[in-house]
Ligand binder design. Structure first.
Ligand code: PHE
Ligand code: NA
Length: 456
């Protein structure tokens, strides 16, 4: 089987396996882990939500990730054209490329608001550098964050700067710069998270946080929360957005897709859980609200940094690392779009600028929904969407509608439409393949459909 590759440590082999792991981990680890996971866990009551999320990663996320990387490596093009190519190889309808379209559209929409949120890290780098965080309490941190959100001009500035960064690297070819950045980024981010968890332990609210995160209370779990957990499993692993397909397209044959996917999923999950362990002790120690929403880390972490020795230094480092983590994720969203534009005959440079500019423009509506349009909640007449701004709706539409749908189509295509020998050719025949195929054929689609119906 191709899994025996690790026994042949030729330099080329290692560098390419490592390169893919770094790129995929760079894509996966981002705002989803450090910004989104803690706040949705806080909003959805903790333990039971975390457990459902972990189950979604294991039963749905990992099998779909393997399927997507495999499709990418078989198609060797943008997600859209990879799907067309594979459908041709398999002798099935060309309409399967709609899966690629839907995934690319999801990546584009996510990039539009992801850039706005990633932009928030930049003013915090400056705050930390200027020592503004020293001694801040919960109220002061909340005020600082509120001021940022209230200013469309400032938000637009940071959003523009972030998108520019993404486009710049994308123009120069993602892989070189990306590889080098991620090599030191991951260990540094982990080290800082370990430090923050250590600080959490010193607050004597660590026990409360542990219980909040890991003591499931299923009586408080709602159907909506289950859907959020599912959607987040896709979002955090960069699935259903073409990103893993686009990166899989660069993966040399002979690298074990199963083992690399598992490794990336485990890393991503570890970072998310550590972020939770870092943030919730601060929440409880300072009487902050776990359900505070998207501002959670910006309302809590400054308080922690403001109290610890060397806090300004560590805060600067932390927000720089968060910016980089978001940057490497944004690159992978852009990649699905840019690759397709290149296939339409655009030069790489033009493709990257076009994709970035379009996503930037849509992102302006997210900027406005945080202030000027914060009262614009167009779907108020539906109970479920009451009070949801445009940004909330983009988040819901991508993570909770488009991504589960793309994942369902992927599971059906790979599990039922594609010939068994094609996936065996990529993954190697044997027990692992049988188990994976079984899960992808039955558990994944049934789970997705049940969760969907349950929510209607
Ligand atoms: N996985 C990234 C994160 O957790 C977000 C992402 C979603 C990246 C979709 C690429 C595609 O932040
Ligand atoms: Na992630």
């Amino acid at each position: 089987s191709s899994a025996s590759g690790a026994a042949t440590p030729s330099p080329a082999f290692w560098s390419s396996r490592l390169a893919f792991i770094l790129a995929a981990a760079g894509s996966a680890v981002g705002l989803g882990n450090i910004w989104k996971f803690p706040y949705i866990t806080g909003e959805n009551g903790g333990g039971a939500f975390v457990l459902v999320y972990l189950a979604c990663i294991a039963v749905i996320g990992i099998p779909v990730m393997i399927a997507e990387v495999m499709l990418g490596r078989r198609g060797r093009q943008s997600p859209i054209n990879s799907m067309r190519e594979i459908a041709r190889q398999e002798g099935v309808s060309r309409h399967w490329k709609a899966l690629g379209w839907l995934a690319t559209l999801a990546a584009f929409l996510i990039l539009s608001f992801y850039s706005v949120i990633a932009g928030w890290t930049i003013p915090y780098i400056f705050h930390a550098l200027q020592g503004n965080l020293v001694g801040v309490d919960g109220a002061a941190a909340g005020e600082m964050f509120g001021q940022l959100l209230a200013s469309p001009v400032e938000l637009t500035l940071w959003h523009s700067l972030f998108m520019l960064l993404a486009v710049l690297v994308s123009v120069g070819g993602v892989r070189q710069g990306l590889e080098r950045a991620v090599t030191w980024l991951m260990p540094a981010l982990l080290l800082l998270l370990v430090m923050l968890v250590g600080f959490g332990m010193s607050t004597d609210h660590f026990g409360t946080a542990l219980r909040f995160l890991f003591e499931p209370d299923f009586s408080s779990l709602t159907a909506a929360a289950v859907l959020v957990a599912l959607g987040h499993a896709f979002f955090t692993l960069s699935l259903a957005s073409g990103s893993m397909m686009a990166y899989g397209a660069y993966l040399p044959k002979g690298v074990s897709i199963v083992r690399t996917s598992l490794l990336v999923a485990v890393m991503d999950t570890a970072v998310a859980l550590m972020a939770g362990l870092a943030i919730f002790p601060i929440v409880f120690a300072n009487d902050l609200e776990p359900g505070a929403g998207p501002g959670l880390i910006f309302n809590t972490l400054p308080v922690a940094f403001g109290q610890m020795p060397g806090g300004s230094f560590f805060a600067t480092l932390f927000f720089v690392l968060l910016l980089f983590a978001a940057w490497t994720s944004a690159l992978s969203m852009l990649e699905s779009v840019v690759k397709w534009l290149e296939e339409q005959g655009l030069a790489r440079r033009k493709a990257a600028i076009t994709g970035g500019l379009a996503a930037w423009t849509v992102g302006l509506t997210t900027v406005l929904s945080l202030n000027v349009w914060s009262g614009f909640t167009p779907l108020d007449s539906f109970e479920r969407f009451e009070g949801k701004t445009l940004f909330d709706l983009y988040d819901f539409l991508t993570a909770n509608v488009m991504m589960p749908l793309v994942a369902l189509l992927t599971a059906v295509f790979v599990g039922w439409v594609m010939q068994r020998c094609s996936s065996e050719d990529e993954l190697g025949a044997g027990r692992t393949h049988r188990l994976w195929l079984f899960v992808l054929r039955y558990l994944t689609p049934v789970g997705l459909v049940v969760l969907f119906l349950y929510n209607l």
